[in-house]
Design a protein around this ligand. Structure first.
Ligand code: UDP
Length: 324
């Protein structure tokens, strides 16, 4: 039997690489695509020897060409941490808008179903808690996060327009904070920042007083939710995340305990527009996909810590890999 063919953009990134693994495991033919601005081929090098994996180094904001048939497209190419959007704001805007437009065009030409990676950032600094999919959000379009948030909001709008106007089969996942192996050590996100600092013997940089909250989902749970959503017949946005909410201060304390580090939490200025609280309402995912997270934080953090601990020392201590 011929394998189904899936295109995954952002394939060399944290989430993209885990999705490639999952679709390979499900016996798909996987076509990975990435321009390697924030992705790293190390994340997928184990797949290159497989006959059902191929890779294109391509900037999807420019033009996307894929020979042959496609059954599914998963658009996961995008810088995805506040530090990245500050460094490359224009690329962030382009991949969410022009890149999404190109991939929708490709999906239409190939009569493929497309799933786009949206984000809890569409809710901005939310005034509704926990956030459900009917909440429209509280976003500052001209703040530092605006380039990501508004690109993702545009992405949702154009995806819905292709669904309505062209009858394209579309899926929209709103991803909440996710963690696991292959996160970039220097991407500025709180988990690699804290674990990297703990391993280097540095104090942990807590922004503000650490009273802001997040809800962290282990990557395997997220991938399962995305897989189910893709194969479902539901075209409206679905939150996928773990509702287990924690303050950043408590999270830092958990990391210190986990790593056995003797350092302390030190306070640094809170970034502009940093959301004060975030927690997904996953009622819809439960009802429509029969999905809920299975991995609790202590389990997921242990696996993730092992990954970072086993990174070569030169990567851990190389200033280029260090977030400052
Ligand atoms: N944060 C922190 N120290 C760091 C990096 C991040 O206290 O070294 C905080 C940040 O201010 C935010 C939370 O941790 O409140 C999560 O930040 P992250 O960048 O991981 O994701 P996002 O803000 O997009 O949820």
């Amino acid at each position: 039997m011929q394998r189904k063919r899936v295109l995954i953009t952002g394939a060399a990134g944290f989430l993209g690489s885990h999705l490639c693994d999952r679709f390979i495991k499900e016996n798909y033919h996987v076509i990975g695509m990435d321009n390697l601005i924030t992705g790293d081929l190390k994340n997928i090098e184990h797949l290159f020897k497989l006959e059902n994996f191929e890779f294109y180094n391509c900037d999807v904001s420019k033009f996307v060409h894929v020979p042959g048939e496609l059954n599914y497209i998963l658009h996961f190419a995008s810088p995805a941490s506040p530090i990245d959007y500050l460094k490359i704001p224009i690329q962030t805007l382009k991949v969410g808008s022009l890149g999404t437009h190109n991939l929708l065009g490709l999906a239409k030409a190939k009569q493929a179903r497309i799933l786009v990676a949206s984000t809890s950032e569409v809710y901005g600094d939310p005034l509704v808690h926990p956030q459900n999919e009917d909440y429209w959000g509280n976003v500052n379009p001209i703040g530092p996060r605006g380039v990501y948030d508004e690109a993702k909001r545009f992405q949702e709008a154009i995806t819905m327009a292709y669904h309505t106007y062209h009858g394209l089969e579309t899926r929209i996942v709103r991803i909440f904070n996710t963690y696991g192996p292959r996160m970039r050590l220097n991407d500025g996100r709180v988990l690699p920042a804290f674990i990297g600092q703990a391993l280097r013997g540095e104090d942990l940089t807590m922004f503000g007083d650490g009273s802001q909250t997040r809800s962290f989902c282990y990557v395997d749970d997220l991938v399962e939710g995305i897989y189910r959503l893709l194969l479902s017949d539901y075209h409206l946005p679905v939150n996928i995340g773990n509702p287990d909410e924690i303050t950043i201060k408590e999270f830092g304390e958990e990391i210190l305990k986990l790593t056995g580090a003797n350092q302390k939490l030190i306070s640094k200025p809170l970034p502009v527009d940093d959301p004060k609280q975030r927690k997904p309402d996953i009622t819809r995912a439960k009802e429509i996909l029969g999905w809920q997270p299975k991995v609790n934080r202590s389990e997921g953090l242990k696996i993730t810590y092992e990954y970072f601990k086993n990174l070569p020392k030169e990567i851990l201590f190389d200033s280029r890999h260090k977030f400052e």
